[in-house]
Write a protein that binds this ligand. Structure first.
Ligand code: 1DF
Ligand code: MN
Length: 350
């Protein structure tokens, strides 16, 4: 049965979509310059070489929808019954840009662009800040500036030029998040060249698979490196139903503990808690790109129903019928309201 999709809470909840992207023309032009001058990595060439130049219907439509923060976006949200969008600068943000001053300027301006859009549509949009982790201290200061602009968290597009957030150099960013009590959304980026291997040749580097492998690796290494022992209140959100980690949780835990006991790796040390503990106390997952009842219910079962949130991934996966998949889940009314509304209101303090 297909029901009408309306905003306003006619089904007992409003819908808050938690992984929604926008872009700026200047940042996309910067990607194109990097591709042209040979400084882009393989993932950038594959991703933005496609979206920013392809005449295909998918690429043209996504480009148009990314840049727009007004009428088209609101109309599409209305048509899908999405009440609020948690918006963030599209991947990989400014993180691959090697000129750090340029990266900081572009992140700063993207934050101002988003803040202005939230001001124009305060009941429809919530902003997540962009940072340039290439300069961790600047990024920490920018988070504090963005708190003043009304933002509710940060999105970091996974690795920054092959470096991960467990690296102690990024501590100022994590410390600012703890101080602000803000969640960190770790959104996929194309894998760095050293991970890419033959993924591009196989056509599997992007959202189809490579994104999830790299982002799941990022979240897992935050746990095993002890980041949540150092920052026990830190909350990390990942999309795509947890980038496969919930499904792997038993094996991750078994083999991690075996690795700790055997002393096989310098980097694998005893932790205060086990992997399921961090998954259930420091991680939220969203259903971006994964409008699939068995996966949603599985994540609710292993992480708890307070840690699973709805996301659409506009404009990359604008499929209004996927909203109905969520509406039609055979879970209790309260569990569904947590998925669509309450968990997002809580973690983003909306
Ligand atoms: C794609 C997918 C691109 C997602 C994205 O940002 C993105 C894609 C550049 O399909 O190429 O956010 N996604 O999250 O699934
Ligand atoms: Mn996305």
């Amino acid at each position: 049965m297909s029901h009408e999709l309306k905003t306003g809470g006619d089904r007992g909840y409003i819908r808050i979509a938690t992984e929604e992207a926008f872009g700026t023309r200047e940042i996309i032009d910067t990607y194109l310059k990097m591709i042209a001058d040979g400084t882009a990595d393989k993932g950038m060439v594959s991703l933005w070489g496609f979206y920013a130049t392809s005449p295909s219907e998918r690429a043209v439509q996504i480009m148009e929808r990314l840049i727009d923060l007004d009428d088209m976006r609101i109309k599409n949200m209305d048509a899908a019954g999405v009440d609020k969008a948690i918006l963030a600068l599209t991947a990989p943000g400014v993180q691959p840009i090697k000129d750090v001053e340029l990266a900081k300027r572009l992140a700063y301006e993207a934050n101002d662009t988003l803040a202005a859009a939230v001001d124009r549509h305060p009941d429809r949009y919530v902003g997540l800040a962009a940072v340039a982790p290439q300069d961790p201290q600047w990024s920490a200061d920018e988070l504090r500036r963005c708190a003043g602009l009304g933002f509710k968290g940060v999105q970091i597009n996974s690795h920054t030029q092959g470096e991960y957030l467990d690296n102690p150099k990024f501590a100022p960013i994590l410390e600012a998040l703890v101080e602000l009590d803000w969640p960190l959304y770790i959104h996929p980026s194309p894998p760095p060249d050293e991970m890419m291997g033959s993924m591009v040749d196989a056509g599997l580097d992007g959202a189809v698979f490579g994104f999830g492998v790299e982002t799941g690796f990022h979240l897992l290494r935050l746990m095993t490196a002890g980041v949540f022992d150092r920052y026990p209140s830190l909350q990390v959100i990942v999309g795509h139903m947890g980038e496969a980690l919930p499904y792997w949780m038993y094996r991750l835990n078994y083999m991690h503990q075996a690795g700790v006991r055997s002393g096989r790796y310098e980097s694998i040390k005893p932790l205060k808690h086990d992997i399921p503990y961090y998954m259930q106390n420091n991680v939220y997952v969203t259903s971006s790109g994964m409008a699939w009842a068995p996966a949603i219910k599985f994540a609710q079962q292993v992480l708890g129903e307070d840690r699973v949130m709805y996301a659409m991934d506009y404009p990359y996966q604008y499929v209004p019928d996927e909203v109905r998949t969520h509406d039609n889940l055979d879970v209790s009314d309260l569990t569904k309201k947590k998925l669509m509304q309450l968990n997002a209101e809580k973690i983003f303090k909306i």
